[in-house]
Design a protein around this ligand. Structure first.
Ligand code: FAD
Ligand code: UDP
Length: 402
């Protein structure tokens, strides 16, 4: 029958293809899958894995891109260097559950991220720590107390800390604000820090210690063979059908499943009914250089507004790969392009709330992920959100990871 043929085509199709065409199944037949998942990034992949492996559900997962992994996708470039196509992704979490869950699909390479900021003619540790202060101002602050006393002198009290400017000014004052935060933030977001929620620059808090790690989380590591390899292991299950180069619009005329999990932009799902949610995009310029090393650490930030890029990443530091050449990427923020960042500020949150209320009326659809819930989430937070969604959907009483 047409339906049998349809099922055979859907389930046997190779995982990489670009021209989908599903015949309309007979309405009287039950849908072929229990869940259809839109987007094969962390949100979609964790749910596909849990629903299939954890609950025996039949799942179809599509992504409009030609690859799995979402923005965490990594690949070997023409020179054979493992790079992250959508910019540097460093895994860090304080959650043992999330780390253990992902550890089912990958081994790890211990890696602690360090970032230098290019200020004047110096490369200085970022977030600002005691070493940064000493190197920038030629000081010899010897301990945490001396550093705290110095910061207390230069900091400017702010009554109510509301914006990303308030956070920094109240911790370190004008000079460090201008040198490290103002230009970077204006470039990255196209907004002044005073126009952004405090949560944005709070991601990079100043310290009085000499700890120069970017993250302080308990677990910090990179997937040993890369993110894409890890996603491959997650999705490798007979009850998971993967459709790449297939967007939601290609699927949505079909009733493939009774329930949809949607991880794309929520405003797009509702045809921008209340207007478009603002997202910030980036243009990546990838380059391979014919020498072993380009810069001393994985990421160097360029806070000056005289320089168009925000940061340069050298991937071999992240992956530990040995190679005679090295590959780097420049990031140029822009407003048009793939939606990489929700923009945290009150007006946008208010608009998102309208879409969230609309989403709550759709019991046949779950919205999750960085774009589906318009939240500036790190990878581990998306994994945690997806595991919680799985527990809710399948009313799993024990630990999601059991
Ligand atoms: P995504 O990874 O964006 O996946 C969503 C997928 O849905 C995409 O592949 C998209 O193609 C697909 N899609 C969208 N709409 C449709 C549609 N209509 N039809 C079909 N498919 C669709 N996090 C960290 O923890 N550490 C880091 O160091 C870090 N660095 C980052 C650097 C950059 C430059 C960026 C942009 C993000 C970074 N992140 C980092 C955040 C991390 O990328 C996200 O938390 C995570 O990838 C979000 O997963 P997701 O599944 O929600 O979304
Ligand atoms: N930031 C900054 N200068 C820096 C690093 C960060 O002003 O050298 C600010 C900037 O607004 C940035 C935010 O802090 O967008 C969060 O930085 P993070 O490195 O977490 O950004 P992401 O990796 O998510 O792009």
């Amino acid at each position: 029958s047409e339906m049998t043929e349809h099922l055979a085509r859907v389930t046997e199709r190779p995982t990489v293809q670009s021209q989908p065409s599903f015949p309309t199944p007979y309405r009287s037949r039950p849908p072929a899958f229990d869940y259809q998942i839109i987007g094969a990034g962390f949100a979609g992949a964790v749910l596909a894995e849990r629903l299939a492996r954890g609950s025996g559900k039949k799942v179809i997962i599509c992504d409009k891109r030609e690859h799995i992994g979402g923005n965490a996708y990594d690949m070997h470039d023409a020179a054979g260097v493992l790079i992250h196509r959508y910019g540097p992704h460093i895994f860090h979490t304080n959650s043992a559950d999330i780390f253990d869950y992902l550890s089912r699909f990958t081994e790890w390479r211990p890696y602690e991220h360090r970032v230098l900021a290019s200020v004047g003619d110096k490369l200085l540790p970022m977030p600002i720590n005691r070493q940064t202060l000493n190197a920038l101002y030629g000081l010899r602050l010897a301990g945490e107390e001396e550093a705290a006393a110095f910061l207390a002198k230069i900091a400017e009290p702010v009554d109510v800390i509301r914006t990303s400017r308030d956070v920094v000014i109240s911790q370190v004052g004008q000079d460090l604000y201008r040198k490290f935060f103002e230009g970077y933030t204006r470039k990255q977001w196209g907004l002044d820090p005073s126009e952004l929620d405090k949560s944005v620059t709070s991601r990079v808090p100043t310290r009085t210690s000499t700890d120069d790690r970017y993250f302080l989380d308990r677990y910090q590591a990179m997937p040993l063979k890369g993110y894409t390899h890890m996603f491959g292991n997650m999705l490798d299950h007979p009850d998971i059908t993967i459709e790449l180069g297939v967007s939601y619009d290609d699927l949505s005329s079909e009733k493939l499943a009774a329930h949809t999990i949607y991880t794309g932009p929520i405003d797009q799902f509702f045809d921008f009914r209340y207007g478009a949610l603002p997202y910030r995009s980036l243009e990546f310029r990838h380059e391979t250089i014919d020498r072993m090393q380009f810069q001393p650490v994985a990421v160097v930030n360029y806070p000056s507004e005289d320089i168009p890029h925000t940061r340069i990443t050298e991937y071999k530091h992240l992956t530990g790969q040995s190679h005679a050449k090295t590959s780097i990427s420049y990031e140029y923020p822009c407003s048009e392009g793939d939606p990489y960042y929700p923009i945290p500020r009150p007006a946008n949150q208010a608009l998102y709330k309208k879409y969230e209320a609309l989403a709550a009326t759709r019991h046949d659809v779950s919205f999750i992920g960085r774009l589906g819930t318009y939240r500036y989430y790190n990878m581990d937070q998306v994994v945690g959100q997806a595991l919680a969604t799985y527990r809710k959907l399948e009313a799993v009483k024990e630990m999601a990871v059991a």
